[in-house]
Design a protein around this ligand. Structure first.
Ligand SMILES: Cc1cc2nc3c(=O)[nH]c(=O)nc-3n(C[C@H](O)[C@H](O)[C@H](O)COP(=O)(O)OP(=O)(O)OC[C@H]3O[C@@H](n4cnc5c(N)ncnc54)[C@H](O)[C@@H]3O)c2cc1C
Length: 209
């Protein structure tokens, strides 16, 4: 299994005149390998925070999922080994540099209501490595426990088990974009329609099935 490492920076902001749907920003950098999302979240009636979060796409570090028993209700053991690869750690430093730059930008300063962050010196590479190691968290985009080619075939049929398919995020080798849900809903619908079409064709060709 894999999970995309994420780093989030939360900063107090001046109270915002919140519209029903507050401003949200997404950025794609480094040839799709870094994805940044920013938004304003309320913490109370008169306080808001600016949240800037970055996701590392295509991580190299691999984790594992192990079953403790054959009881399907029992939770498995899951380890993601975030940033265990040097390449992922270097990518994380790049990501945190971008987050720090965003934090110092004029546009973000206007939301924060101060230039406090703009005037701070940029952290060193060592400091950013430490930040990565101590604050890495999930983006909730874990994937890959049941990938195509290892557990399911290209029609999402589980190898060696008749009448069972898995059609969800566990089949993906990489989790797409900032938010995978739309892709997964489309995958489910597309494959569902394909199954229905196939069944219709099968019953038309042979009424006994
Ligand atoms: C806190 C959080 C916030 C997120 N925010 C967003 C967001 O804003 N936008 C976005 O696009 N994505 C978001 N995601 C990611 C998104 O929810 C997932 O990528 C997506 O739901 C994965 O879809 P899935 O079908 O692969 O799995 P799931 O949605 O997890 O579906 C798996 C289903 O299988 C069922 N199940 C498990 N075991 C069994 C069993 N043994 N028998 C029968 N059923 C079983 C579960 O009950 C569940 O209903 C978020 C995820 C989390 C955790």
């Amino acid at each position: 299994m894999q999970d995309n490492p994420a780093i989030a920076i939360l900063v107090d902001s001046k109270p915002q005149n919140r519209t029903p749907e507050p401003a949200k920003v997404a950025g794609i950098a480094d040839d799709f390998r870094i994805i940044i999302e920013a938004g304003i979240a309320p913490v109370s009636f008169n306080a808001t925070i600016v949240r800037i979060t970055g996701k590392i796409a295509f991580p190299e570090s691999v984790g594992k999922l192990e079953l403790y028993s054959t009881d399907p209700r029992a939770n498995p053991s899951v380890t993601f080994n975030y940033l265990s690869s040097e390449k992922d750690l270097a990518q994380c430093v790049k990501l945190t540099q971008l987050l720090e730059l965003a934090l110092r930008s004029k546009s973000i300063a206007s939301f924060l209501g101060s230039n406090e962050h703009r005037n701070k010196p940029m952290p060193t590479k060592d400091e950013l490595q430490k930040l990565c190691k101590t604050t890495v968290r999930t983006f909730y985009h874990y994937h890959g426990g049941c990938t195509m080619g290892s557990v399911v075939d290209k029609n999402y049929r589980v190898y060696g088990v008749k009448g069972l398919r898995v059609i969800d995020g566990s089949t993906l080798l990489e989790s797409p974009g900032t938010n995978p849900m739309a892709t997964l809903l489309m995958l489910g619908r597309y494959q569902g329609l394909k199954i229905l079409k196939h069944r219709k064709g099968a019953s038309f060709n042979s009424p006994s099935t």
